[in-house]
Design a protein around this ligand. Structure first.
Ligand code: GTP
Ligand code: MG
Length: 317
């Protein structure tokens, strides 16, 4: 386990008594680190305190949390030893990823409608509940569903095919619908809480970008959208690091180049999502029900492609 959160509590922050500590906890700030990384504006709003007070609390939390500054390459190597891998269900796909999806990272699945982003998410959710010797993470799963496309029936079909109990599998998958982009962002805080109760090594956000796309319309709003999306991605990465978890996000791209979004292989969210995601996988439809996954921009793996199938039983070669 990664030990980044100090043993100290909120009451150890100078100027934080029981009343403010309670406000902080009610607003979802349960540990020093979440306060240390908060923005003064957010903290002030959520806790109904002045911005100056919020800044003092954040500074105090930074000192208490002992965030440190730089790590040596050796420390990072140590942490990377904790990395676990999650199978996709397809051998070819796993090989493309040198064994599967890595923990402590964000994997972005992007592609046009019907390219099987959601189906792949279902399969990964089921696989994550499997024991490690079957390529799973023996863990619970959190799904933030922004498009109302979660289908427990599909989870059951996939679980049955793998010979695991469908009901037991469903019990380990925690789904929340996100009603708008702000709600989606807040659900990551909720997910942090849930991860203290359950072992959660996979969190899925399907889709990451649809609310942002719908709410921030027009070129004038682009900078703001990217800024909010950037924070959201960093919250997700924080979850990945603290929980040694895999984060999977989906991002729809237009099938044909269009005037606004341009090149189809350039997902909405553009370089902000792209640069924060550790692995980017472009999915497209192939012939006869086949799907093609292309690995783009990996820090340590060569680019390449894998062909897989979406069937009633799930993702296969
Ligand atoms: P958007 O969310 O619209 O961007 O699309 P997506 O990329 O999430 O696509 P999704 O994963 O929903 O893929 C849908 C495709 O999966 C369908 O076109 C089907 O081809 C396939 N699919 C879904 N369910 C089944 C099933 O039970 N059996 C088979 N064989 N294919 C299925
Ligand atoms: Mg989908």
């Amino acid at each position: 386990m990664i030990t980044m959160v100090a043993e100290k509590t909120l009451e150890d922050i100078p100027g934080v008594g029981p009343a403010i500590a309670e406000k902080l906890r009610e607003a979802g700030y349960n540990d020093l680190l979440s306060i240390a990384v908060a923005s003064p504006g957010d903290l002030a709003d959520k806790c109904e305190i002045g911005e100056k007070k919020a800044m003092d609390i954040i500074e105090g939390a930074k000192l208490c949390a002992d965030i440190g500054g730089f790590e040596t390459g050796e420390d990072i190597m140590e942490r990377r030893k904790e990395i676990v891998k999650l199978t996709t269900g397809s051998k070819a796909f796993d090989e493309l990823l040198a064994g599967g999806l890595e923990s402590q990272s964000i994997v972005e699945l992007f592609g046009e409608f019907g390219s099987s982003k959601t189906q792949l998410c279902f399969q990964l959710a089921v696989n994550a509940t499997l024991p490690e010797d079957r390529g799973g993470l023996d863990s619970d799963v959190i799904i933030i569903d922004s498009e109302n496309t979660f289908r427990p029936e599909r989870i059951c079909q996939m679980a049955e095919y793998l010979g695991v109990d469908p009901t037991e599998t469903l019990k380990r998958i925690h789904v929340a619908r996100a009603f708008n982009s702000q709600h989606q962002i807040l659900l990551v805080d909720k997910a942090m809480e849930l991860a203290q109760q359950y072992k959660v090594k996979l969190m899925i956000v399907d889709s990451l970008t649809s609310h942002f796309r719908a709410e921030y319309v027009g070129r004038g709003t682009l900078a703001e959208r990217q800024q909010v999306l950037n924070r959201h991605m960093h919250d997700l990465l924080n979850f990945a690091t603290l929980n040694n978890a895999v984060i999977v996000v989906t991002n729809q791209v237009a099938a044909k180049p269009d005037a606004f979004f341009g090149d189809p292989t350039r997902p909405i969210g553009g370089h902000i999502v792209g640069h924060t995601a550790t692995f980017r996988i472009y999915l497209r439809k192939g012939k006869a029900g086949k799907r093609v996954a292309r690995l783009i921009d990996s820090p340590n793996l060569p680019e390449g492609e894998a062909v897989f199938m979406v069937t009633e039983d799930g993702i296969k070669d």
